[in-house]
Design a binder for this molecule. Structure first.
Ligand code: PMP
Length: 423
């Protein structure tokens, strides 16, 4: 063995020693020990929301029991402490997604809140009659409806990137959608309904050659790997705290400083102002210009702790565990006769959307539920994806690092039971 090989093996051994094993990881999440219908809970609905590690639960408890004072307002000790923790959380988000400046991180209520804010603000500032926004056929309703509402207000139009039978966008068709009227591209990093990872870097670089900004909906991307907004070069990036092991009601709108400086605020109120008279109001500096009213500071602080937790596991390790789960589950489920998987791109996160021949997705979901298995059924708030495949919904098993191969086996057996019940 030469020196470098020996050194790599040694580093690997240390790394394995430092990494938590799966039972240690699962022990961090109290809900994973629960039973439903007297059966161990098998939680495979992580695309809808993720479970919370004890450290996040403890952190929120700490805020309310030790320093629940309104941020940026009081001179008193607990308000100061809450403000400091809130701004520390902002810094944690900045570093997690590798944004350049803390001023570029705006806290919102979630991905939906962020996209609505951007659609309103961007629409007010830049969109005129006849302008066009490009989105894809893979979008969640949260990345369709706010743009549609803005288009209605401004008499603008949506242009849609089509997808193929694997559930991947047709890149050549994307290129054809650009026109002198194009003002923005807004697409997902990862499809929530099918799990497809979109080629966002390529999407952005094409738009940028025409000086068109791009918003990336990271709701299903940020928790599954390393997101680097600088390397991606997106103009805006949005995500929700609750999908990355943090609290509900908190989210992030990242925007490059030059854009956030130009965009008008979308809500008025306390804290977003510098001076107010009845004649004129001047706005606060970034990012506070976009944070009107009392913010969800316990949520932001809890999100900061969730990001620390993810970093403590290691994002490469999370990606590796999830890749293994996806491979295992794809093999197990595709071996089941009468099961069809929707979304078969070779670039996917650990999500499997499927249907059983002649069995409605709700029946499948309800029987699996009685076996203790939580999956999502329906359109997954992505009706245009379902329309594209001519179906009215799927069953979705969305896995993450705390799921196990044993759980996938129980899912497989559960699905076989559903099939036998209906045959
Ligand atoms: N975009 C995508 C891709 C999503 O998966 C979701 C949540 N399912 C959203 C947007 C909306 O997120 P939230 O409900 O947290 O605002």
């Amino acid at each position: 063995m030469n020196y470098h090989v020996a050194q790599a093996a040694w580093l690997n051994a240390i790394n394995n020693f430092l990494l938590k094993n799966i039972s240690e990881i699962r022990a961090d999440f109290p809900i994973l020990n629960k039973k439903v219908y007297n059966k161990p809970l098998i939680y495979l609905d992580n695309g809808a929301t993720t479970q919370k590690p004890q450290c996040v639960i403890d952190k929120i408890n700490e805020v309310f029991s030790s320093y629940n004072g309104n941020i940026h307002r009081g001179v008193h000790a607990i308000s100061d402490k809450a403000s400091e923790e809130y701004e520390t959380a902002r810094e944690k988000v900045r570093s997690f997604i590798n944004a350049g400046k803390r001023e570029e991180i705006v806290f919102t209520s979630g991905t939906t809140g962020s996209i609505n804010a951007l659609a309103f603000s961007f629409g007010e500032r830049y969109i005129r009659k006849g302008d066009e926004i490009i989105i894809s056929n893979l979008e969640h309703h949260a990345n369709i409806v706010p743009w549609q509402m803005m288009c209605e207000r401004k008499k603008a139009k949506l242009r849609i990137i089509p997808i193929n039978d694997n559930g991947e966008i047709l890149f050549d068709e994307y290129l054809k959608l650009f026109s002198p009227k194009t003002k923005l591209v807004a697409v997902s990093q990862v499809s929530n309904a099918l799990g497809t990872i979109l080629p966002v870097k390529k999407i952005i670089s094409v738009a940028h050659t025409l000086n068109i900004p791009v918003m990336i909906d990271g709701a299903q991307g940020v928790q599954h790997g390393i997101t680097d907004v600088k390397a991606m070069d997106c103009d805006f990036y949005v995500f929700s705290g609750h999908k990355i092991y943090g609290p509900t009601g908190i989210g992030v709108l990242y925007g490059k400083e030059k854009w956030l400086t130009e965009l008008p605020p979308y809500q008025g109120g306390g804290d977003m102002v510098e001076t107010v008279t009845f004649e004129k109001t001047t706005y606060n500096e970034l990012p506070f210009k976009f944070e009107a009213g009392t913010m969800n500071f316990p949520g932001a602080i809890g999100l900061g702790t969730a990001l620390d937790y993810v970093l403590s596991l290691g994002r490469e390790d999370i990606e590796m565990r999830e890749r293994e789960l996806l491979e295992y589950a794809t093999n197990r489920l595709s071996g089941i006769d009468k099961l069809k998987i929707y979304g078969v791109s070779d670039k996917k996160i650990s999500t499997i959307s499927f249907l059983l021949k002649d069995i409605h997705q709700y029946d499948t979901g309800m029987i699996l539920d009685k076996l203790g298995i939580a999956v999502r059924t329906g359109t997954h708030c992505a009706q245009p994806v379902m329309d594209r495949f001519g179906i009215d919904g799927t069953v979705r098993a969305s896995m993450c690092f705390y799921n196990t191969k044993e759980e996938i086996d129980v899912l497989g057996t559960g699905i076989e039971k559903v099939i036998s019940m209906f045959s």
